[in-house]
Design a protein. Structure first.
Length: 304
């Protein structure tokens, strides 16, 4: 039960962060496409009297990372005989995840210090470069964790989660090189939403009986849900479960596409957009030619 609660907490945090990032990014771009630039984070548009709440997003990110870090440290101390290599492997794998979370926490604190004071100037391109390295590190840790799992379902979930982190790392590299890439910035918000949805799917597929694929089951001798506690006995059942997880992953990708498109459409109706194009100058040019033609005819008539 604790594992499911943690997955739901992680899912809601990432989904909220990704949706907020997508909304703010789309709004900033539609308001001024010419001066658009990707931002490390988007402060709340509050009055100066509430300047402390302006950094509410960073405060919430720091709190969520602290909770996740404490959870990983406590998980590392639990004996887990279901992982290959028994407790030492489980301990080191959990500590690797805790270290990645600590690095994200340290980066968030540095960004807060940079935004609230002048002690630590933090350019946006450097921030995106560091975030890219942390996402890639998370991808590496997830791939390593998947290789030591005895549960094929857990390994598959870790592998797909790592691929999302690899995509986020690539997008952050693109933004570090060119902060005006609106598509990459929106895609980064979509990747966070996808990671949040997949964390929820991971919790449901591993810990809730109704969502565990047919032919797989939770081990009866495990009191609480731990990594590797969901197993598939037959090879056919395992392959079927892998195919179901791949299908569910594509369904979540479709949901993210819908979220991004609906968000863009909704914001486009509330933000005034000026569409500038060469075709708008044609009526003026035609009117000018007509006036010149009339003047030439009048001049010709006068001379005659």
């Amino acid at each position: 039960m604790a594992g499911l609660i943690y997955e739901i907490f992680t899912s809601s945090s990432l989904l909220s962060l990704g949706l907020y990032h997508t909304i703010c990014t789309t709004r900033n771009y539609l308001k001024s496409p010419q001066s658009y630039g990707a931002k490390p984070y988007h402060p709340l548009p509050l009055h100066h009297s509430h300047h402390r709440l302006k950094h509410l997003q960073l405060y919430l990110i720091i709190v969520c990372l602290l909770i996740s870090l404490v959870h990983q440290i406590l998980t590392a101390s639990d004996p887990d005989p279901l992982v290959k290599g028994r407790t030492p492997v489980h301990l080191f794998a959990s500590l690797q995840s805790a270290l990645v979370l600590f690095l994200f926490l340290f980066l968030s604190l540095s960004l807060l210090l940079s935004e609230s004071t002048s002690l630590l100037p933090f350019p946006s391109d450097l921030f995106f470069a560091l975030v890219a390295s942390l996402f890639y590190l998370h991808y590496s840790v997830s791939s390593s964790a998947a290789s030591v799992q005895t549960s094929d379902l857990q390994a598959k979930c870790d592998t797909l989660s790592g691929r999302i982190s690899a995509l986020a790392s690539f997008l952050c590299v693109a933004l570090a090189c060119n902060s005006r890439l609106f598509v990459a910035d929106v895609a980064l918000g979509g990747a966070l939403c996808l990671q949040g949805l997949w964390e929820l799917q991971t919790g449901l597929s591993l810990y809730v009986e109704a969502f565990i694929p047919e032919g797989c089951h939770k081990l009866l001798d495990v009191v609480k849900g731990v990594e590797g506690s969901t197993k598939c006995d037959l090879e056919e059942s395992k392959l079927r479960a892998m195919a179901i997880l791949d299908l569910l992953f594509l369904v979540h990708v479709f949901f993210v596409f819908v979220i991004v498109m609906v968000t863009h459409a909704a914001i486009a109706k509330t933000v005034p957009i000026r569409r500038l194009g060469s075709y708008e100058a044609l009526p003026n040019a035609a009117a000018s030619d007509a006036n010149n033609h009339i003047q030439m005819k009048a001049l010709a008539g006068t001379q005659a």
